[in-house]
Ligand binder design. Structure first.
Ligand code: CTP
Length: 413
């Protein structure tokens, strides 16, 4: 298997109370060696076999064990939201039963009830347990719901007997994860241009006008689109974020820089998503040196308007789908609709800025998706990664011109 097949993938590894819990150490290291970022959740019983510290040190993340631990707000909601795949390895008969029945008796079973991301189960138990009718029925129920339940291996079990119940091999588990991560490739063959972050409009050599955008929404979208197989170009204002793996990144400072970077690529892409908080105004004059305060006589800074990039590119569109964001403090729906029509967009993602619930510099967002077809979809507050996934799901409802459809050889694997 080629290295780094899981680069950029976030995994949640759930470890339950089986003697095979020690094998999760090797598994964690192998998943990480393929580039995955792995967070670990352990059940109480798992901590009887292995100490959370082991996984904490190896994964570089705190290990969650308790719904009420308080190290994270509502971990049963936040942990799965930032995962691309949840892997339960080793998974006991008890956790399989709890998951099938929808029980929420510990952090792991509770978060399984809240997640919509793919789940892979690598069972480990005694052979007689695996053969029990109840367990077979639970496995059947889970498989019918789309959960991947791997077959345990035949071999010597902890009891000394030989039977089917051993944790599947590390290779089989990693293979299943890689397959799942690369399965949703509905954007293969698409080129997507995404803008992110703030712009800086210089006043002098050291001062500038900017805003509080962190870039998190645009980076989450870039990563999600790349994971779905798209070729992604991210044009970003100054942020403190790591460029997402596999994404071509272009750094800019001003609104004008951003316009040039986007315009020169626009004709080659299928979709433009403008998450950037582009500065609407810039100082008419920028001093090359630092302006000394002793020289200031009370004169105001004269501003002029920057290019409305989205409106300008909308006027130049040939086939591209256009998605804009509307940053609003009030009248969200009305203002969002106005931007949708005024800039001739296919979709507008309306979000609230300002105040304690501001979309700016927040890990979560509460948005309303408005489409040109008239659909209005308010989404509850969720992580920006989840918002990104919902936007890309919605994008797929738009027919793309045949000239940009992926060639059959590149379509879904
Ligand atoms: N946008 C843009 N160029 C600008 C300003 C905004 O391309 N100079 C884009 C944003 O990236 C966003 C959409 O237009 O996708 C709406 O931006 P927003 O700041 O909500 O609204 P504005 O169009 O700037 O209008 P207003 O400031 O009046 O709300």
């Amino acid at each position: 298997m080629a290295a780094l097949k899981l680069q950029g993938t976030r995994l949640l590894l759930g470890i339950t109370g089986s003697i095979a819990a020690y094998k999760a150490v090797g598994l964690l290291r192998t998943l990480m060696s393929h580039g995955a970022d792995v967070s670990v959740v352990m059940t109480d019983s798992a901590t009887r076999f292995m100490t959370p510290l082991t996984f904490e040190v190896l994964s570089n993340h705190p290990v969650a064990t308790d719904t009420f631990s308080g190290h994270q707000d509502m971990p049963h909601l936040s942990l799965p939201e930032s995962a691309d795949v949840i892997l339960l390895a080793p998974c006991t008969a008890n956790t399989i039963a709890a998951y099938a029945l929808g029980l929420a008796d510990n952090l792991l079973s509770t978060l399984l009830l809240t997640t919509q991301c793919p789940v892979i189960i690598a069972p480990a138990m005694d052979g007689d347990m695996w053969e029990q009718t109840q367990i077979k029925q639970h496995v059947q129920t889970l498989r019918a719901r789309g959960v991947i339940v791997l077959e345990p291996e035949i071999g010597e079990l902890a009891s000394g007997k030989v039977g089917r119940g051993r944790l599947p091999s590390e290779e089989a588990i990693v293979e299943a994860v890689v397959e799942k991560v690369h399965a949703s490739k509905e954007l293969v063959g698409r080129r997507i241009l995404i803008s992110a972050g703030p712009t800086r409009e210089p006043i002098d050599a050291v001062r500038f006008i900017s805003n509080g955008s962190s870039g998190k929404m645009g980076y989450a979208l870039a990563r999600a689109a790349q994971l779905r197989g798209a070729e992604v170009i991210l044009v970003s204002g100054p942020t403190s974020l790591e460029p997402p793996f596999g994404v071509e990144c272009v750094s800019i400072q001003t609104a004008e820089d951003m316009y040039h970077a986007l315009r020169s690529r626009f004709s080659t892409v299928d979709v433009l998503i403008m998450t950037a908080a582009v500065g609407d105004f810039r100082p008419q004059h920028c001093r090359e040196e630092k302006f000394k305060k002793r020289d200031w006589k009370g004169e105001p800074i004269q501003l002029e308007q920057t290019t409305d990039i989205l409106a300008a590119l909308s006027a130049q569109r040939t086939h591209q789908l256009l998605i804009g964001f509307a940053a609003e403090t009030d009248d969200l729906l009305e203002n969002g609709r106005e931007k949708l029509h005024k800039k001739s967009l296919d979709m507008v993602v309306v979000n609230q800025v300002g105040g304690s619930e501001s979309a700016f510099d927040n890990d979560t967002n509460e948005v309303i998706l408005l489409t040109r077809n008239g659909s209005v979809t308010p989404l509850p507050r969720m992580s920006k990664h989840m918002v990104a996934a919902r936007i890309l799901d919605e994008l797929q409802n738009f027919p793309m011109p045949s000239s940009v459809l992926p060639s059959p050889s590149l379509s879904k694997r």
